[in-house]
Design a protein around this ligand. Structure first.
Ligand code: AMP
Length: 575
């Protein structure tokens, strides 16, 4: 039985295992250590994950889901080919695919995992991540903050010198900043801050939006009315964005706005300057979390010895320039920013497994939010409710357990409802409600009966609230009643059954499935006259696969691959 580390990313996910004294990321059947976090249901009802699902998404966006990490812990759900999925189900599908790859490479069953989440993930989002692990059939031993994971990877990798590092993580969908101290094998997170709705995908959307504008369309409307057009454009604009990280100018063709499937000859020229102007407001949003994290750690940029970049979107030159200007030094990226979190999670898994190579490494983390309860204030003439009383403060080292005593406001008051909130606002209306706990059975008597409220925040960043009526010593524990609560036995059983009923793509078919999906997408991009050759190759390919003739299948595979590569190369040259 093995334990693995998993980066369940917004755009890509990765899995690793600590072997022979080193963290090692395990490749998927296509040989890649990054698997796109995209889930689709094929027309035969098969659940597909990764590259093939990303191809399918271009031609059948209604049957695929991506960027669902943003919806973890919310009521959001989506229907794919008649089946309903919430964000935890979709994450479970990605996890199952990663676990299958790990089992294949390790030759043993994986039953436990460390999963990383953005530091700014709230209680519900963390619980939803744990639920996704349960749905995938594993025990989530630890939820680890992504910047902490990155620091662990750098901490292990580094020269052992004492230093303060700033970890800036701009992934596909989220942005996190952490201030971390590293000394003598200790990785100590001192402050974390972030934005749940800022990531590389927003930079892609900015290009889509501007190009649609040039055609007289509005992004938000087009997304609903022309989903196919928008999904094709997203794919193109993603390439544009990546090219603009290397080149100062690029071009792209646009699918015709008058017909979803056809291509217009219209080429759009986009310069890096233009892209940077369009996305400057997005870059500006990276500043407040940085200021908050520095302030909480009680340091300035001058105290930061090293800036570490995590997440694919930190490759944008505009992001790097801004970081260099802000810190007065160039950022570090000696570990691949796409792999550093998974490597850190894998090292943490090794720590939990007590791998002796990691004996000297100690990791401490902090609570990213303030947690507390709603209280009322007695102003003599009136009692006003809606005030937020903190119990565990933001950036306090975890695990943490703190209690505070509250008193009844009226004589003979026998119940109190403790409303638990997270956030930084003085009034609860500006914070997030996490749950409510009814405390009944307070003995009759004058006002001022004491209730002790204890908050325990564990290493996974999961909160437990316990209330004790001081006089009777009767205790009550909070069960968070939102949808991201841990699943009950029967719910888990039901959800597991439903997942089991879904057909999944066999590992050995992954290559062929990807080739078919890529070919289906390219066929739709080709002019009618050019399709015949590819279509007949595909017919032969399908026939050989059904006849289980491996040699002929391989020949068709090569021929199709060559044709697709050639078409894609030519269509880039045309631009
Ligand atoms: P992650 O969630 O860390 O995998 O980050 C994925 C995000 O990084 C996506 O939005 C990608 O488009 C973006 N990304 C990856 N490589 C680059 C690059 N070279 N230039 C700009 N953005 C990139």
């Amino acid at each position: 039985m093995a334990i693995v580390g998993i980066d369940l990313g917004t755009t890509n996910s990765a899995i690793g295992c600590y072997v022979e004294g080193k963290p090692k990321l395990l490749p998927n059947p296509l040989g890649n250590v990054l698997t796109p976090s995209v889930v689709g249901v094929d027309d035969d009802g098969t659940l597909i994950v990764g590259e093939a699902a990303r191809e399918l998404q271009v031609i059948a966006p209604h049957r695929c889901a991506s960027i669902f990490k943003r919806h973890m812990g919310t009521d959001w759900s989506t229907e794919l080919n008649g089946l309903r999925f919430d964000a935890a189900n979709l994450s479970a599908a990605v996890l199952r695919s990663l676990l299958c790859d790990a089992t294949h490479h390790l030759g043993e069953v994986v039953d436990r995992a460390v999963i990383s989440v953005p530091a700014y993930f709230n209680e519900r989002q963390r619980r939803a991540t744990i639920a996704a692990g349960e749905l995938a059939g594993i025990k989530v031993e630890r939820i680890l903050n992504e910047p902490t994971a990155a620091s662990i990877a750098y901490g292990l990798h580094d020269d052992g010198e004492e230093k303060v590092i700033a970890v800036l993580d701009l992934g596909g969908g989220t942005y996190d900043v952490s201030i971390v101290a590293i000394f003598g094998g200790v990785v100590e997170v001192q402050a974390s801050s972030g934005e749940c709705f800022l990531g590389g995908e927003d930079f892609t959307s900015a290009i889509v939006s501007r190009l649609l504008e040039r055609e007289g369309l509005i992004y938000e409307h087009a997304e609903i009315e022309r989903p196919l057009l928008v999904s094709r454009m997203r794919r193109l604009c993603e390439t544009v964005k990546l090219e603009l990280s290397r080149e100062t100018e690029t071009q792209t063709r646009m699918p015709s706005v008058s017909g979803d499937a056809q291509w217009s000859d219209r080429a759009h020229r986009i310069s890096r300057d233009e892209f940077e102007r369009w996305t400057e407001p997005l870059l500006d949003r990276t500043e407040p979390p940085l200021r908050r994290a520095l302030g909480d750690a009680k340091i300035t940029v001058d105290d930061v010895d090293m800036v570490v970049l995590v997440g694919g979107a930190t490759r944008m030159p505009s992001f790097r320039d801004r970081v260099t200007r802000r810190f007065g030094k160039s950022p570090q990226c000696s570990i691949d920013p796409d792999q550093v979190v998974a490597l850190g999670a894998t090292i943490q898994a090794g720590l939990l497994d007590r791998d002796e190579a990691l004996d000297d490494l100690v990791v401490t983390d902090v609570s990213p939010f303030t947690l507390g309860v709603e209280t009322s204030k007695d102003f003599g003439t009136e009692v006003r409710s809606g005030y937020f009383t903190p119990i565990i403060f933001r950036n306090q080292p975890i695990p943490a357990s703190r209690s505070k005593a509250f008193a009844t406001m009226h004589a003979n008051q026998t119940t109190i409802t403790l409303k638990v909130f997270q956030g930084e606002s003085r009034l609860v209306e500006g914070n997030v409600l996490l749950g409510e706990l009814d405390v009944e059975g307070i003995p009759l008597g004058p006002r001022g009966q004491q209730i002790e409220c204890r908050f325990t925040y564990d290493l996974n960043g999961v909160l437990e609230v316990e209330a004790t009526i001081v006089e009777t010593q009767e205790k009550k524990t909070l069960v968070i009643s939102r949808n991201a609560r841990p699943l009950s036995e029967s719910e888990l059983h039901e959800a597991l059954e439903a997942m089991r009923e879904l057909k999944t793509d066999p590992r050995d078919k992954a290559q062929n499935r990807l080739l078919m999906k890529r070919a289906e997408r390219v066929i739709e991009e080709m002019p009618m006259g050019a399709r015949n050759e590819l279509e007949s190759l595909l017919d032969g390919f399908e026939e050989a696969m059904s006849a289980r003739d491996d040699a002929v299948t391989a020949r068709f595979q090569t021929a199709i691959q060559e044709l697709l590569d050639q078409w894609e190369m030519e269509s880039r040259r045309d631009r």
